[in-house]
Design a protein around this ligand. Structure first.
Ligand code: BG6
Ligand code: MG
Length: 223
């Protein structure tokens, strides 16, 4: 079992962990699903968290039994349409969209010398960080375009630790999605889930809300 003193780095998911963009992704996908005649459910929306843009589209089409109805070019156009709607919402964001407690947590981590990297599946992550005023906190970002496999595959979290020159066992990964928790566990990092404990049951520790994510609370789980 990992001890708190072993931890040297934190590998962050972005959407749903640092900011509330998971809601914006969900709304944009919901809109697209409606336009395609695919019934939207909470389960479908939750299952898309952490999943790459094209894989999300495939999951939506599959849910509506429409996976064979579009050419690759048409699928790319649909994903681009969702992204245009999503980016229009992102561009309205400000530092006020940082989730409760997260700025203080990031400041505390920096002050105490922990290393930080970003393991987001989103190609829009640098843009979102810019809107939040957090670009300087994350000079080390895993490029999702460089990945062979998306979450739940561990690759993105393995790379997140590599960017910090740390062993995965020295890192905590933070996630709001079941697929992301699975990726962290597969990479051999300690998993911190934020959200519903039933949904994130595989995590080493689960906090209901970002405001509970503090070094003191994490230490309680590891010592
Ligand atoms: C993840 C989100 O962080 O990024 C997913 O949880 C999203 O909902 C994925 O589909 C890809 O994002 P983008 O911005 O590249 O379409
Ligand atoms: Mg997320």
């Amino acid at each position: 079992m990992t001890k708190f003193a072993d931890i040297k780095g934190f590998v962050f998911d972005l959407d749903g962990v640092i900011t509330d963009t998971s809601i914006l992704h969900g709304t944009a996908w919901h809109q697209l699903a409606d336009s395609l005649g695919v019934t939207w459910t909470k389960e479908l929306g939750d299952g898309l968290k952490g999943i790459s843009r094209m894989d999300s589209l495939e999951m939506i089409l599959k849910a509506g039994h429409k996976e064979n109805d579009y050419t690759q070019a048409q699928k790319e156009a649909l994903a681009a349409q969702k992204n245009t709607n999503y980016v229009a919402e992102v561009d309205k964001m400000t530092p006020a969209n940082i989730l409760p407690g997260m700025k203080a947590f990031l400041d505390d981590l920096r002050a105490k010398g922990y290393q930080l990297s970003l393991a987001s599946a989103s190609k829009n992550a640098p843009r979102v960080l810019g809107k939040l005023g957090l670009t300087d906190y994350f000079p080390k970002i895993v490029d999702p375009a460089s990945l062979k496999h998306g979450k739940p595959d561990p690759e993105i979290y393995t790379k997140g630790a590599e960017l910090l020159n740390l062993d995965p066992a020295q890192c905590i990964g933070l996630e709001d999605a079941a697929a992301g928790v699975q990726a962290i566990n597969g990479a051999g990092e300690t998993s911190l889930g934020i959200g519903d404990a039933t949904e994130l049951g595989a995590a080493d520790m689960v906090f209901a809300d970002t405001s509970e994510v503090t070094l003191a609370n994490i230490a309680k789980h590891l010592d």
